[in-house]
Design a binder for this molecule. Structure first.
Ligand code: SF4
Length: 324
Protein backbone atom coordinates (compact mmCIF):
# COMPACT_ATOMS: atom_id res chain seq x y z
CA UNK A 1 0.00 0.00 0.00
CA UNK A 2 1.43 3.39 -0.93
CA UNK A 3 0.65 6.76 0.69
CA UNK A 4 0.27 8.18 -2.83
CA UNK A 5 -2.98 6.23 -3.27
CA UNK A 6 -4.81 8.82 -1.18
CA UNK A 7 -5.74 11.59 -3.58
CA UNK A 8 -7.83 13.90 -1.41
CA UNK A 9 -6.10 16.10 1.09
CA UNK A 10 -7.19 18.21 4.04
CA UNK A 11 -7.01 21.97 4.08
CA UNK A 12 -4.62 22.58 6.99
CA UNK A 13 -6.71 24.88 9.15
CA UNK A 14 -6.17 23.41 12.61
CA UNK A 15 -3.41 24.69 14.87
CA UNK A 16 -2.18 23.20 18.14
CA UNK A 17 1.16 23.17 19.87
CA UNK A 18 1.61 19.47 19.06
CA UNK A 19 0.93 20.08 15.37
CA UNK A 20 3.39 22.97 15.40
CA UNK A 21 6.13 20.81 16.94
CA UNK A 22 5.61 18.06 14.37
CA UNK A 23 5.52 20.54 11.48
CA UNK A 24 8.89 21.94 12.53
CA UNK A 25 10.45 18.55 13.37
CA UNK A 26 9.42 16.79 10.16
CA UNK A 27 7.11 18.28 7.48
CA UNK A 28 6.64 14.84 5.89
CA UNK A 29 5.52 13.28 9.20
CA UNK A 30 3.16 16.25 9.66
CA UNK A 31 1.63 15.73 6.19
CA UNK A 32 1.21 11.99 6.81
CA UNK A 33 -0.50 12.64 10.13
CA UNK A 34 -2.69 15.62 9.34
CA UNK A 35 -2.64 16.18 5.59
CA UNK A 36 -5.13 13.63 4.34
CA UNK A 37 -8.90 13.70 4.25
CA UNK A 38 -10.99 10.71 5.24
CA UNK A 39 -11.48 9.66 1.61
CA UNK A 40 -10.69 6.04 2.40
CA UNK A 41 -11.57 5.45 6.04
CA UNK A 42 -9.57 2.23 6.59
CA UNK A 43 -6.48 3.62 4.90
CA UNK A 44 -6.63 6.85 6.88
CA UNK A 45 -7.27 5.06 10.18
CA UNK A 46 -4.19 2.94 9.55
CA UNK A 47 -2.14 5.99 8.56
CA UNK A 48 -3.27 7.67 11.78
CA UNK A 49 -2.28 4.67 13.91
CA UNK A 50 1.16 4.54 12.29
CA UNK A 51 1.58 8.32 12.70
CA UNK A 52 0.66 8.04 16.40
CA UNK A 53 3.61 5.73 17.11
CA UNK A 54 5.39 6.74 20.35
CA UNK A 55 8.56 5.73 22.15
CA UNK A 56 8.15 4.21 25.66
CA UNK A 57 9.57 7.45 27.10
CA UNK A 58 6.92 9.49 25.29
CA UNK A 59 4.27 7.08 26.61
CA UNK A 60 5.53 7.76 30.14
CA UNK A 61 5.36 11.53 29.56
CA UNK A 62 1.77 11.25 28.34
CA UNK A 63 0.89 9.08 31.34
CA UNK A 64 2.16 11.83 33.71
CA UNK A 65 -0.01 14.46 32.04
CA UNK A 66 -3.06 12.26 32.06
CA UNK A 67 -2.63 11.24 35.69
CA UNK A 68 -2.32 14.88 36.86
CA UNK A 69 -5.51 15.77 34.94
CA UNK A 70 -7.25 12.72 36.44
CA UNK A 71 -6.18 13.81 39.94
CA UNK A 72 -7.62 17.30 39.45
CA UNK A 73 -10.82 15.95 37.89
CA UNK A 74 -11.27 13.46 40.76
CA UNK A 75 -10.98 16.36 43.21
CA UNK A 76 -13.44 18.50 41.26
CA UNK A 77 -16.06 15.74 41.19
CA UNK A 78 -15.45 14.50 44.76
CA UNK A 79 -14.19 11.09 43.53
CA UNK A 80 -11.98 9.22 46.01
CA UNK A 81 -8.32 9.17 44.99
CA UNK A 82 -6.12 6.35 46.26
CA UNK A 83 -2.52 7.49 46.10
CA UNK A 84 -1.24 3.88 46.53
CA UNK A 85 -2.79 3.00 43.14
CA UNK A 86 -0.63 5.57 41.34
CA UNK A 87 2.10 3.23 40.10
CA UNK A 88 -0.40 0.62 38.84
CA UNK A 89 -2.43 3.32 37.06
CA UNK A 90 0.70 4.52 35.26
CA UNK A 91 1.74 0.93 34.47
CA UNK A 92 -1.69 0.24 32.93
CA UNK A 93 -1.48 3.39 30.82
CA UNK A 94 1.96 2.50 29.45
CA UNK A 95 1.16 -1.19 28.88
CA UNK A 96 -2.24 -0.35 27.35
CA UNK A 97 -0.58 1.95 24.84
CA UNK A 98 2.13 -0.63 24.19
CA UNK A 99 -0.52 -3.30 23.55
CA UNK A 100 -2.30 -1.06 21.02
CA UNK A 101 1.03 -0.28 19.36
CA UNK A 102 1.73 -3.99 18.94
CA UNK A 103 -1.34 -4.14 16.71
CA UNK A 104 0.03 -1.21 14.72
CA UNK A 105 3.34 -3.07 14.43
CA UNK A 106 1.52 -6.10 12.95
CA UNK A 107 -0.08 -3.75 10.43
CA UNK A 108 3.30 -2.23 9.47
CA UNK A 109 4.95 -5.65 9.12
CA UNK A 110 2.09 -6.92 6.95
CA UNK A 111 2.53 -3.84 4.80
CA UNK A 112 6.31 -4.09 4.37
CA UNK A 113 6.44 -7.91 4.36
CA UNK A 114 9.35 -8.11 6.83
CA UNK A 115 10.27 -7.37 10.41
CA UNK A 116 9.88 -3.67 11.32
CA UNK A 117 12.74 -1.49 12.56
CA UNK A 118 10.31 -0.34 15.25
CA UNK A 119 10.13 -3.82 16.77
CA UNK A 120 11.87 -4.15 20.11
CA UNK A 121 11.14 -5.65 23.48
CA UNK A 122 10.80 -3.37 26.49
CA UNK A 123 12.26 -5.22 29.47
CA UNK A 124 10.28 -5.13 32.72
CA UNK A 125 13.14 -3.26 34.35
CA UNK A 126 12.70 -0.44 31.79
CA UNK A 127 8.92 -0.27 32.42
CA UNK A 128 9.63 -0.09 36.18
CA UNK A 129 12.18 2.69 35.60
CA UNK A 130 9.67 4.70 33.56
CA UNK A 131 6.99 4.24 36.23
CA UNK A 132 9.43 5.48 38.86
CA UNK A 133 10.19 8.59 36.76
CA UNK A 134 6.46 9.22 36.20
CA UNK A 135 5.68 8.89 39.94
CA UNK A 136 8.50 11.30 40.78
CA UNK A 137 7.15 13.89 38.35
CA UNK A 138 3.60 13.42 39.63
CA UNK A 139 4.56 13.81 43.32
CA UNK A 140 6.63 16.83 42.42
CA UNK A 141 3.83 18.65 40.55
CA UNK A 142 1.34 17.95 43.34
CA UNK A 143 3.60 20.06 45.60
CA UNK A 144 3.31 23.06 43.28
CA UNK A 145 1.66 25.85 45.34
CA UNK A 146 -1.22 26.33 42.89
CA UNK A 147 -1.99 22.63 42.45
CA UNK A 148 -1.80 22.02 46.19
CA UNK A 149 -4.02 25.04 46.94
CA UNK A 150 -6.61 23.63 44.52
CA UNK A 151 -6.41 20.18 46.14
CA UNK A 152 -6.66 21.74 49.63
CA UNK A 153 -9.66 23.89 48.61
CA UNK A 154 -7.74 27.10 49.22
CA UNK A 155 -8.52 28.06 45.61
CA UNK A 156 -12.22 27.50 45.05
CA UNK A 157 -12.91 29.28 41.78
CA UNK A 158 -11.03 27.20 39.23
CA UNK A 159 -11.84 25.23 36.07
CA UNK A 160 -10.01 22.69 33.96
CA UNK A 161 -10.19 22.46 30.17
CA UNK A 162 -9.51 19.76 27.67
CA UNK A 163 -6.82 20.43 25.08
CA UNK A 164 -9.55 19.64 22.53
CA UNK A 165 -11.38 22.81 23.55
CA UNK A 166 -10.98 25.24 20.67
CA UNK A 167 -11.46 28.78 19.52
CA UNK A 168 -11.72 30.07 15.94
CA UNK A 169 -9.62 32.59 14.05
CA UNK A 170 -10.60 33.56 10.48
CA UNK A 171 -12.21 30.14 9.98
CA UNK A 172 -9.19 28.31 11.44
CA UNK A 173 -9.51 26.10 14.52
CA UNK A 174 -7.03 26.82 17.29
CA UNK A 175 -6.44 24.39 20.17
CA UNK A 176 -4.91 26.93 22.53
CA UNK A 177 -6.87 26.45 25.76
CA UNK A 178 -5.15 26.40 29.15
CA UNK A 179 -5.18 23.24 31.30
CA UNK A 180 -6.51 25.11 34.33
CA UNK A 181 -7.69 28.62 35.09
CA UNK A 182 -8.36 30.22 38.48
CA UNK A 183 -9.62 33.55 39.69
CA UNK A 184 -7.64 35.93 41.84
CA UNK A 185 -9.63 39.02 42.85
CA UNK A 186 -10.99 40.46 39.61
CA UNK A 187 -8.22 38.91 37.49
CA UNK A 188 -7.73 35.43 36.05
CA UNK A 189 -4.77 33.07 35.79
CA UNK A 190 -4.23 30.71 32.85
CA UNK A 191 -1.94 27.69 33.30
CA UNK A 192 -0.61 25.08 30.92
CA UNK A 193 1.72 22.34 31.97
CA UNK A 194 3.99 20.38 29.77
CA UNK A 195 5.91 17.22 30.54
CA UNK A 196 8.89 18.45 28.60
CA UNK A 197 10.10 21.96 28.15
CA UNK A 198 12.99 24.32 27.85
CA UNK A 199 13.87 27.98 27.91
CA UNK A 200 13.64 30.62 30.60
CA UNK A 201 10.71 32.50 29.09
CA UNK A 202 7.12 31.40 28.57
CA UNK A 203 6.85 30.10 25.04
CA UNK A 204 5.13 32.37 22.55
CA UNK A 205 2.83 29.45 21.65
CA UNK A 206 1.49 29.44 25.21
CA UNK A 207 0.88 33.19 25.07
CA UNK A 208 -1.89 32.26 22.64
CA UNK A 209 -3.92 31.24 25.73
CA UNK A 210 -4.61 34.98 25.97
CA UNK A 211 -6.52 34.87 22.70
CA UNK A 212 -8.51 31.86 23.93
CA UNK A 213 -9.32 33.72 27.16
CA UNK A 214 -10.42 37.05 25.68
CA UNK A 215 -12.72 35.26 23.23
CA UNK A 216 -14.19 32.92 25.88
CA UNK A 217 -17.67 33.83 27.04
CA UNK A 218 -17.75 34.71 30.77
CA UNK A 219 -14.09 35.82 30.93
CA UNK A 220 -12.78 39.41 30.65
CA UNK A 221 -12.04 40.70 27.14
CA UNK A 222 -8.99 42.69 28.22
CA UNK A 223 -5.71 40.67 27.96
CA UNK A 224 -4.26 42.73 30.84
CA UNK A 225 -6.70 41.02 33.22
CA UNK A 226 -4.87 37.69 32.77
CA UNK A 227 -1.61 36.19 33.99
CA UNK A 228 -0.07 33.36 31.99
CA UNK A 229 1.56 30.47 33.85
CA UNK A 230 3.65 27.70 32.36
CA UNK A 231 4.79 24.61 34.26
CA UNK A 232 7.46 22.68 32.37
CA UNK A 233 9.43 19.63 33.39
CA UNK A 234 13.06 20.32 32.65
CA UNK A 235 16.38 19.33 34.27
CA UNK A 236 14.76 17.21 36.96
CA UNK A 237 12.17 19.71 38.21
CA UNK A 238 8.99 21.56 37.34
CA UNK A 239 9.89 25.06 36.25
CA UNK A 240 7.19 27.60 36.89
CA UNK A 241 7.13 30.71 34.72
CA UNK A 242 4.59 33.52 34.81
CA UNK A 243 3.90 36.61 32.72
CA UNK A 244 1.27 39.34 32.81
CA UNK A 245 -0.85 39.41 29.70
CA UNK A 246 -1.19 42.39 27.35
CA UNK A 247 -2.37 43.16 23.82
CA UNK A 248 1.11 42.91 22.31
CA UNK A 249 1.69 39.38 23.62
CA UNK A 250 -1.68 38.28 22.32
CA UNK A 251 -0.97 39.83 18.92
CA UNK A 252 2.54 38.30 18.68
CA UNK A 253 1.28 34.82 19.49
CA UNK A 254 -1.51 35.09 16.93
CA UNK A 255 0.99 36.28 14.32
CA UNK A 256 3.12 33.21 15.03
CA UNK A 257 0.08 30.97 14.57
CA UNK A 258 -0.78 32.72 11.30
CA UNK A 259 2.78 32.09 10.07
CA UNK A 260 2.45 28.40 10.93
CA UNK A 261 -0.89 28.16 9.16
CA UNK A 262 0.70 29.76 6.11
CA UNK A 263 3.59 27.24 6.27
CA UNK A 264 1.02 24.42 6.47
CA UNK A 265 -0.85 25.81 3.44
CA UNK A 266 2.42 26.06 1.47
CA UNK A 267 3.32 22.49 2.33
CA UNK A 268 -0.13 21.35 1.39
CA UNK A 269 0.20 23.12 -1.96
CA UNK A 270 3.58 21.47 -2.51
CA UNK A 271 1.96 18.06 -2.01
CA UNK A 272 -0.34 18.87 -4.93
CA UNK A 273 -3.42 17.01 -6.17
CA UNK A 274 -1.35 13.88 -6.87
CA UNK A 275 -0.23 13.71 -3.20
CA UNK A 276 3.43 13.68 -4.27
CA UNK A 277 5.34 13.02 -1.07
CA UNK A 278 8.71 13.20 -2.84
CA UNK A 279 8.46 17.04 -2.73
CA UNK A 280 7.87 17.23 1.03
CA UNK A 281 10.91 18.03 3.21
CA UNK A 282 12.13 15.33 5.59
CA UNK A 283 13.07 15.52 9.27
CA UNK A 284 15.53 18.17 10.44
CA UNK A 285 17.33 15.65 12.63
CA UNK A 286 17.61 11.86 12.44
CA UNK A 287 16.66 11.54 16.11
CA UNK A 288 13.03 12.19 15.04
CA UNK A 289 13.21 9.26 12.59
CA UNK A 290 14.23 6.83 15.34
CA UNK A 291 10.78 6.93 16.97
CA UNK A 292 8.70 7.71 13.88
CA UNK A 293 6.05 5.16 12.86
CA UNK A 294 6.87 5.76 9.17
CA UNK A 295 10.54 4.88 9.36
CA UNK A 296 10.09 1.52 7.59
CA UNK A 297 8.52 3.10 4.51
CA UNK A 298 10.13 6.56 4.44
CA UNK A 299 13.52 7.17 2.72
CA UNK A 300 14.50 9.31 5.72
CA UNK A 301 13.93 6.38 8.08
CA UNK A 302 16.62 4.36 6.31
CA UNK A 303 19.27 7.05 5.82
CA UNK A 304 18.20 10.64 6.39
CA UNK A 305 21.37 12.25 5.01
CA UNK A 306 21.20 10.27 1.76
CA UNK A 307 17.43 10.82 1.45
CA UNK A 308 17.92 14.60 1.85
CA UNK A 309 20.64 14.61 -0.83
CA UNK A 310 18.47 12.61 -3.21
CA UNK A 311 15.55 14.93 -2.59
CA UNK A 312 17.57 18.08 -3.33
CA UNK A 313 18.98 16.44 -6.49
CA UNK A 314 15.43 15.64 -7.61
CA UNK A 315 14.30 19.21 -6.92
CA UNK A 316 17.24 20.64 -8.88
CA UNK A 317 16.46 18.31 -11.79
CA UNK A 318 12.78 19.32 -11.73
CA UNK A 319 13.50 23.05 -11.60
CA UNK A 320 16.08 22.83 -14.45
CA UNK A 321 13.48 20.93 -16.55
CA UNK A 322 10.96 23.69 -15.84
CA UNK A 323 13.43 26.38 -17.00
CA UNK A 324 14.24 24.53 -20.26
S1 SF4 B 1 11.12 8.61 9.09
FE1 SF4 B 1 12.05 10.61 9.54
S2 SF4 B 1 11.91 11.78 7.62
FE2 SF4 B 1 10.48 10.05 7.47
S3 SF4 B 1 8.50 10.81 8.14
FE3 SF4 B 1 9.50 9.91 9.92
S4 SF4 B 1 10.60 11.60 10.93
FE4 SF4 B 1 10.09 12.25 8.85
Amino acid sequence: MSENRVMRINRPNIWSRTRRQLLHQCPRAWILKYGFKRANRTFNRNLQRISDWSSPYRMMQRAVRSIVIQRLEAHKHGIAWIEQDLASKIRNMILGKRFRQNRTLELIEKRIGKSSQLKFRIPNSEINRLIEIACLRYHSIIKNPIISKILNDEILQWHSFSRLDYTKLNGNILHISPDIIWKNGTNWNLMRFSVQGSGKQISIENMAMLHWAVTKRGLPSNPKRFTIHELNWSRGKWNWKTKKGDERLERDSINLIKMDLKAMEDLHRKLGPASDLSQIPLARNEKFCKTCGHRDTCPGGEDLTRANLEQSALEMFKSSNLRN
